[in-house]
Design a protein around this ligand. Structure first.
Ligand code: SAM
Length: 280
């Protein structure tokens, strides 16, 4: 990411989550703040966000983005039920969980690139969304700063388990930054958990899907946030060897879990993106 510029991909995924609230029924991911956080600033862009049912790639991407947020919060519920009371959003973007947190004891830490976090805070203020006492911001550039130090400054409790959501971030990192962050998560106490999404390398995809991959890759590159890191399922399983109960969902499993019995065409297309959860 460029140093002083907020993440354009964070806006792009937030626009799709907001469009989901407005145009898909029933919603897979209910987010009553998704539209409000964009406010008047992005209302016009929200109106232009692709919804066309004859554009399968666009629908499939929207489906993947709402499924991953839903999956993270489904796993968070499980973590909270087993006693976890810290939630860390790594690369939080315009995620709104912290502003609708239903768990009385859950403390939330939003970690993000400083420029993106500053932009989000301005948007929240402009749109009258209150910052709850349970939320702490921790600005971190994963490529340049220590997550551990910044979370310590933010008051993160290292003695207690935590649940981590790392959504839409892994493909933008170097392998070194990915491993440093994962190393930090792996060192957390038993009972901690993680949800992330990742993309498979281009040459692991069926030929027909490589065009969609190239199109998305060139869009994020133009946004100044090029894809840098992909994994096959065995490769990411090897990175997560210290975790147990690994669940790695492909398109068919995600569609069966979240998009069956719909009368519209909202569903994941293609096999590139995967959702993963793992526990310590
Ligand atoms: C595609 S957005 C996803 C945002 C959010 N997780 C969501 O699902 O809406 C990518 C996020 O990763 C963050 N990010 C990318 N590279 C980063 C880095 N080196 N350090 C910190 N954050 C980074 C961006 O600031 C942005 O918030």
């Amino acid at each position: 990411m460029e140093q002083a510029i907020p993440s354009r991909t964070a806006l792009s995924v937030a626009l799709r989550r907001a469009a989901h609230q407005l145009h898909d029924s029933p919603v897979v991911f209910a987010d009553p703040i998704a539209v409000a956080i964009l406010g008047a600033t992005y209302a016009e862009e929200l109106g232009r966000t692709p919804l066309r049912l004859d554009r399968p790639f666009s629908i499939g991407l929207r489906a993947f983005l709402v499924a991953r947020s839903r999956y993270a919060e489904d796993n968070l519920r499980r973590a909270v039920a087993s006693g976890v009371d810290q939630y860390v959003l790594l690369g939080a973007g315009l995620d709104t969980f912290a502003y609708r947190n239903p768990y009385a004891k859950l403390r939330v830490f939003e970690v993000d690139h400083p420029a993106t976090q500053q932009w989000k805070r301005e948007l929240l203020q402009r749109n009258g969304i209150a910052i709850p006492d349970s939320l702490t911001y921790a600005p971190v550039d994963f490529e340049r700063q220590s997550l551990s130090t910044q979370l310590r400054t933010a008051g993160f409790n290292y003695g207690a388990p935590a649940f981590f959501a790392w959504l839409g971030v892994v493909p933008y990192l170097t392998l070194e930054a990915f491993r440093a962050t994962l190393g930090f998560i792996s060192a957390q106490p038993a009972g901690s958990g993680l949800t992330l999404d990742y993309g498979q390398p281009r040459d692991a995809l069926p030929i027909i899907e490589r065009l969609a991959h190239d199109s998305l890759a060139s869009r994020v590159e133009r946004a100044g946030e090029p894809f840098r890191l992909f994994f096959t399922p065995p490769e990411i399983a090897a990175e997560l060897s210290r975790f147990h109960s690994l669940e790695d969902l492909g398109a068919a499993e995600i569609n069966a879990r979240y998009f069956s019995e719909r009368s519209d065409q909202l569903a994941i297309r293609g096999t590139a993106g995967r959702l993963l959860s793992a526990w310590l």
